[in-house]
Design a binder for this molecule. Structure first.
Ligand code: FES
Length: 79
């Protein structure tokens, strides 16, 4: 797979966060920018972080389990 400098890469880490790399913007539902603080960020997907939407490492103590790959087919519709 060939990716350009404009490609945003989202990597689900095994038992951990979603790593976001590339030219991304984080926004609230209201459209307010969330400063990422760095070029690559880890977004919580376990629900236990005290720093949401960012991962703070709490997934480890929470025993969160999720594969790095696809677990099942995506559901129709989002939200
Ligand atoms: S994924 Fe790391 S704290 Fe939730």
């Amino acid at each position: 797979m060939q990716m350009s400098d404009e490609t945003v890469i989202v990597t689900p880490c095994e038992d951990g966060p979603l790593l976001i790399r590339g030219p991304f913007e984080l926004m609230t539902q209201e459209g307010e920018r969330i400063p990422p603080g760095r070029a690559t960020v880890a977004l919580c997907r376990c629900g236990h972080s005290a720093a949401k939407p960012f991962c703070d490492g709490s997934h480890k103590t929470a025993g969160f389990r999720a594969p790095t790959g696809q677990e099942s087919e995506p559901a129709d519709g989002v939200g």
